[in-house]
Design a binder for this molecule. Structure first.
Ligand SMILES: [Zn+2]
Length: 359
């Protein structure tokens, strides 16, 4: 190994004399990713961290690598794919994009807008030409072991509060710090008009699945509860997020109304809060994404001043009311496992797109 490094250093010195160092990176370990992301460090990992200590001085003064010069000739069997294409090859590409977190949608064999976005995202993060069309260089990298998994939530702490609990605690607590207005600590929530399934169960199922998805996208997840048998007031829940210093906190709820025809999803945000603007922005992304994935009716964003869980929380926080358990159709959806999966993806995309569009 020593002889090899010495020989490489010698080659580097000779080449530098002729001014042709540029495309050579002699210490790059074999098989390591040559396409480290160019996006902000927040969204990417460096591919060079482990090697830096053994790099001699002369190497560290090399100019930044030029990725285009390192692209190897693509596999000749690859065929360019573009929007509008259909079939097996599109499906294969989508499955790979999905496996690596680049595709936010179904692998259905049709190259539509979501697939185009996924390819664009992949190209952007890899310093490739950003066209949204899968040219052979894009495909070559995507199928190779050099392709990186997309981890847009890496380094972020996301708080999830599945609302309510099996047995409500009807003692009182102040609705806000310093307030004399008292509110019930925590109720047991509503229940399905047809399914009879309680809200606290639905929101925990969604919360636990959402946790898995968020972690797969790089997040650290802080749950207020992972079982139904707890005794946690709304102040307790807010304090969990404060102590963990979450970057984004979401309260999961289902709605109930005396009017059985009411249906749809809404997102609640605090009326007074230090991070109110951020809460609104997060709510906008969340609602758009949730409705896009689930096709549920968008009932908009509503401000609330009486939520203990908002008022005690010092972190950015929102509350999704995923549907009305008092509405027959919504109830059957909210308690259906396939629809629950859709809701989780809708929430995940909403959170990812908020951070993708924040700096
Ligand atoms: Zn609720």
């Amino acid at each position: 190994m020593k002889r090899r490094i010495a020989a490489l250093v010698f080659i580097v010195m000779v080449l530098s004399l002729f001014g042709c160092l540029h495309p050579i990176d002699p210490l790059k370990p074999e098989g390591e990713d040559t396409y480290s992301s160019e996006s902000s460090s927040h969204f990417s990992e460096s591919s060079f961290s482990e090697q830096s200590s053994s790099v001699p001085e002369v190497i560290s003064s090399l100019p930044p690598e030029d990725k285009s010069s390192e692209i190897t000739p693509p596999d000749p069997s690859l065929k360019e794919l573009k929007k509008g294409d259909k079939g097996e090859e599109v499906l294969r590409m989508q499955e790979r994009l999905k496996e690596m977190n680049w595709l936010f949608g179904e692998a259905d064999g049709e190259y539509g807008t979501r697939t185009e976005e996924a390819v664009f995202r992949f190209q952007k993060h890899n310093g490739l030409e950003e066209t949204g069309s899968a040219d052979v260089y894009t495909l070559d990298l995507l199928y190779s072991d050099r392709a990186e998994k997309y981890l847009p939530l890496k380094g972020l702490k996301i708080g999830i509060d599945p609302g309510h609990q099996k047995k409500g605690n009807y003692e009182k607590e102040p609705v806000a710090p310093g307030s004399e207005t008292m509110k019930t600590k925590v109720s047991s929530g509503t229940a399905g008009v047809v399914s009879r399934v309680p809200e606290y169960k639905v929101v925990l199922i969604v919360g636990l699945r959402l946790k898995e998805l968020l972690e797969n996208f790089g997040a650290t997840v802080i749950m207020t509860r992972e079982v139904n048998e707890v005794d946690l007031s709304n102040i307790d829940r807010a304090k969990i997020f404060n102590e963990a210093e979450t970057d984004y906190a979401i309260r999961l709820h289902c709605n109930g109304s005396e009017d059985p025809t009411m249906y749809g999803v809404s997102v609640l945000i605090p009326k007074t809060h230090a991070m109110k603007d951020e809460c609104r922005k997060a709510a906008e992304y969340l609602l758009a994404s949730f409705c896009d994935v689930t096709k549920e009716r968008n009932r908009g964003i509503k401000e609330r001043r009486e939520q203990t869980g908002f008022n005690w929380c010092e972190r950015m926080i929102i509350n999704i009311e995923m549907g009305y358990m008092s509405n027959e159709e919504d109830d059957l959806k909210l308690t259906d496992s396939e629809y629950q999966e859709k809701m989780c993806w809708g929430i995940l995309y909403g959170i990812v797109s908020y951070f993708e569009n924040s700096n």
